[in-house]
Design a protein around this ligand. Structure first.
Ligand code: NAP
Ligand code: ZN
Length: 355
């Protein structure tokens, strides 16, 4: 197989900073496209995985699963894409295609394990190949099967579209799946990369949106992003004064916090969905029993739903609020993200890696 030497940024272990690195991308097979990467968003999951906060990771690691760029080359059997198309790649680059989840278009729940865009393994029609780790979007190009590529709608700015590939779909999917509708009282917990997309998308769905944040200084931003109300969670009294207020709570917080306090804010038959992935905290049975409440989780979204989200965002003029950085600022960006100093998503300008 011919390979393409490709510039990237990688960490060699959980303690090392990211630094310049070279990886190999495969020449497109019959059903592949080669994508020239323009931008890649920086997700808190990149930090969790590189620092092994979710258990052991595969190193060297090239993170990045909010990828946008242009098709540079197509395989002989590719029918969906042509050179020059603006495209995206999200959190997975393949799946088994044969299990119930894949058939349902929910490839993120593939029974045989999706091929995560990084910190995972490639497959060539079927089984994971543990000799071939995947490498993500902190790199100049990527080769992906055409069925795992998304179309960026015409007119959407590519840099502001990148975070939709993870932050956008991760918030759209539960809002959509659990049937949030116009007029519903929705709370978004945590105003970070995911949270700010959750606010924009829930607002575009017509919901009445309240942000719950441990950063009182984010109030004005929250309202500008489309929230109708803002509650600072440092003031513990809000957990008494807003009891049974919300139909739906979307929790995007990356750090440990008490889920029971938030469950108290749900109406009868309300649903709280966790997408933030810190270490768990105990949930008391009575937090759910009293009021027949549901606590659920959600993981990104499938390819079909991701395309639907992109089209929804284009229709409602929704994109991410970003701070564009050159790749050599990535370690600083991680530290700033962990310190909660990001408004609201870092996006790497991959041109800085090509120079
Ligand atoms: P982020 O940009 O760092 O935002 C996280 C937000 O959590 C912060 O903006 C902050 O909001 C809040 N927060 C941070 N530290 C806190 C603390 N000590 N106490 C209370 N709140 C705190 O991260 P992100 O990229 O949006 O990711 C959020 C989480 O979702 C991460 O755990 C990530 O791994 C996970 N994730 C899950 C999925 C999925 O499919 N389920 C997909 C992508 C990411 P305030 O300042 O407003 O409180
Ligand atoms: Zn992500």
């Amino acid at each position: 197989m011919t390979v393409l030497a490709t510039a990237a940024y990688a960490a060699v272990n959980a303690k090392s900073p990211l630094a310049q690195f070279s990886i190999e991308r495969r020449e497109p097979r019959a059903n592949d496209v080669l994508i020239d990467i323009a931008y890649c968003g920086v997700c808190h999951s990149d930090v969790h995985q590189i620092r092994e906060e979710w258990g052991s990771s595969i190193f060297p690691m090239v993170p990045g699963h909010e990828i946008v760029g242009h098709v540079a080359k197509v395989g002989s059997a590719v029918s969906k894409w042509k050179v020059g198309d603006a495209v995206g790649v999200g959190c997975f680059v393949d799946s088994c295609r044969d299990c119930e989840a894949c058939h349902a278009g929910e490839e993120q729940f593939c029974a045989n394990g999706m091929s995560a865009t990084y910190n995972g393994y490639e497959r060539n029609g079927g089984k994971l190949d543990r000799k071939l780790p995947t490498y993500g979007g902190y790199s100049t190009r990527i080769t992906v099967d055409e069925n795992y590529v998304l179309r960026i709608p015409a007119g959407m700015p590519l840099d502001r579209a990148a975070p939709l590939l993870c932050a956008g779909i991760t918030t759209y999917s539960p809002l959509h799946h659990f049937g949030v509708k116009a007029g519903d009282k929705v709370a978004i917990v945590g105003l970070g990369g995911l949270g700010h997309m959750g606010v924009k998308i829930a607002h575009a769905m017509g919901a009445h949106v309240t942000v719950l944040s441990h950063s009182p200084g984010k109030r004005d931003d929250a309202l500008k992003l489309g929230a109708d109300d803002f509650l600072a969670t440092k003031d513990a009294s809000i957990f008494q004064t807003n009891v049974k207020r919300f139909d739906f709570i979307l929790d995007t917080v990356s750090a440990q916090h008490d889920y029971n306090a938030y469950l108290g804010l749900l109406k009868r038959d309300g649903t709280m969905v966790l997408v933030g992935a810190p270490d768990p905290t105990p949930v008391h049975a009575f937090s759910l029993i009293a009021g027949r409440k549901r606590l659920a989780g959600s993981l990104i979204g499938g390819i079909r739903e991701t395309q639907e989200m992109l089209d929804f965002c284009a229709k409602h003029d929704v994109a991410s609020d970003i701070e564009l950085i050159p790749i050599d600022k990535i370690n600083e960006a991680y530290d700033r993200m962990v310190r909660n100093d990001v408004r609201y998503r870092f996006v790497i300008d991959i041109a800085s890696l090509k120079r």
